[in-house]
Every structure is written in structure tokens, then in C-alpha cells.
Write a protein that binds this ligand. Structure first.
Ligand code: GLU
Length: 281
């Protein structure tokens, strides 16, 4: 992020110089926020179809990318000042903390543990965890049938833990660098199932409808947050206003319809999710 040198800020800094105060954010009366920058770098996934996927010509497309650009626009950033860059489940916190990215829109569930490192706007969508198996595997009818089976999760994600620790089901937990790597392992017969958010599984299933079967036994609420630097309450509140507007003006429905309506109409929702609140923990 590059900081804006707006007229108000410049005037305040000049006044600070005249009266001999340090030119710190306290003089401006507000904490530092990404809202004061003139460029915005947003982390998105690059290997999840319909959510964030590299298109082969240098671009990244999908629902999360569109949500990121909508929010950036409402925060006052012109499209040419917004850069999207790849993040993985494992490096989202690290990249926000180091400042490599200013914002993360990447199927990023809000959890109490993550909230200690990241401030979350939203959620902008509430997904449900579900299960994908190979098409010929007709035995798995629900999450309980995963007992003693190998289940893959992307590194840095917590989907498998939701089954083992959350539901007390004894799975053989496997990990791959990403969910696309889990899908490769499932296709190759190296694992029995991939369990994660229905939105993610829907994207992969749409690419290979004959290879996989969606179990359709939803469990858990996966609240997709907009990851922000810890404590940037001003940005969080602005993001929440943008998300409300995205639902009010019909954009959320339009985007969900565009990316998921043809796969599963149940994934298209029209009302804004209940926000978590911006207070840092
Ligand atoms: N939403 C889940 C999580 O944040 C799984 C998907 C992901 O890791 O991106 O852990």
C-alpha cells in the first residue's frame, strides 16, 4: 500500500510542523488505516475454480476476486490502483501481518484463533462444509461415513480438524499444499475424500462433473471474512458498509448467480449475513 497525501493530511502535517508536534497519526486524530493509502493489494486464491483462479493469461478470476474489486471501489480505490495477488490458506495471516497484502478475500473463514491476528470485515458469505468423493464411491453418504477413511485438507486450512476434533470422527487426516492438490490426490485415488466449503467443492465439481460426487451433507457455518490488518477498525467498518451495499444493490446476488447459479441454485443467497463486529480481540 502506498499512502495518500491528501490535502487534509498535508495541512495537518504542516500544522504539526508549525507548532512543533511530531507528525504522527495522533495529530490527525485517527489510527493508521489502509483507507489512507492510494493503492490496495488484495490476496486471493489462484487455484480454486469460480472463486479465485489464474486464467492462464496473467489474470485471476472468480467470485472472491469480483467481491474484492467491488469492496475496493466502495473504499475509494480506482480499479487501476488495485492489485490482486495469490495467497494460500497457509500464508494468509503472515502476508497480512507483514504488509505484503492489505486485504484478503480468499475463502477465509472467520475463527476465534485467526481473529487474534487478523481483523475481519463481514462475513460476505456463509458457506457450509461438505464432502467430495470419487464418482464411483457410493458408500459415503454423509460426513459420519468418513470414519477410518483418508480425508485431505489444504495446508493452513482447518477443514479436516472440524471433522476430527469438531465432530469426533476418526478420520485419517492428510494434508496437501492446497485444495487443488487435494483434488488431484482424490482423482488419483491417493485419498478417499476432500472435505471443505461447499462453494470450493462446487467449483471443482463443475470442472469435472463425471469424476467426482458431491455428498451434499452440509455441516458447520463457514463465515467468509475479509481479512484486514489487525486493529484496522476504520477499514473494517468501511468494508462492512460496502458488503451491505453489495447485497442491497443486487450485486451479491448477481455475482453468486453468475459464478454458482448454474452449478447449484441453493448457493445463491440474497440477504446480507449477520456481521461479526470489528472490535479487535
Ligand atoms: N474456509 C476454510 C478455511 O478458511 C477452508 C478453505 C480455505 O482454507 O481457504 O480454513
Amino acid at each position: 500500500m502506498r499512502f495518500r497525501h491528501g490535502r487534509a493530511a498535508a495541512a495537518a502535517l504542516a500544522a504539526a510542523a508549525v507548532i512543533g508536534l511530531p507528525a504522527c497519526s495522533a495529530v490527525l486524530g485517527e489510527e493508521e488505516s489502509l483507507l489512507d493509502a492510494d493503492t490496495l493489494t488484495v490476496g486471493v486464491k489462484t487455484d480454486q475454480p469460480n472463486l479465485g483462479l489464474e486464467d492462464g493469461s496473467g489474470g485471476i478470476t472468480g467470485f472472491d476476486v469480483d467481491v474484492a474489486f467491488y469492496i475496493a471501489d466502495r473504499l475509494g480505490f480506482a480499479a487501476e490502483d488495485v492489485e490482486v495477488t495469490g495467497v494460500t490458506s497457509a500464508d494468509r495471516e503472515e502476508k497480512l501481518i507483514s504488509g505484503e497484502v492489505d486485504m484478503v478475500v480468499a475463502t477465509y473463514s472467520i475463527t476465534p484463533a485467526r481473529k487474534t491476528q487478523v481483523t475481519f470485515g463481514g462475513p460476505y458469505y456463509v458457506a457450509k462444509q461438505d464432502v467430495l468423493v470419487r464418482a464411483e464411491d457410493t458408500d459415503v453418504r454423509g460426513v459420519r461415513d468418513l470414519e477410518d477413511r483418508s480425508v485431505c485438507q489444504g495446508e493452513g486450512s482447518y477443514s479436516a480438524v472440524r471433522i476430527s476434533e469438531g465432530l469426533g470422527i476418526g478420520i485419517e487426516q492428510r494434508e496437501a499444499p492446497s485444495y487443488s492438490a487435494c483434488i488431484d490426490a482424490l482423482r488419483a485415488g491417493e485419498v478417499d475424500a476432500v472435505s471443505t466449503d461447499n462453494l470450493i467443492l462446487a467449483g471443482f465439481l463443475a470442472e469435472e462433473p463425471d469424476a467426482f460426487r458431491f455428498v451434499n451433507n452440509p455441516f458447520t457455518d463457514e463465515k467468509y471474512g475479509v481479512g484486514l490488518p489487525h486493529g484496522d477498525v476504520r477499514a473494517c467498518e468501511a468494508v462492512n458498509r460496502a458488503i451491505s451495499q453489495m447485497y442491497q444493490d443486487g450485486t451479491a446476488e448477481e455475482l453468486l448467480e453468475h459464478w454458482f447459479g448454474g452449478i447449484n441454485p441453493q448457493l445463491v443467497v440474497t440477504s446480507v449475513p449477520q456481521f461479526e463486529g470489528c472490535d479487535p480481540t
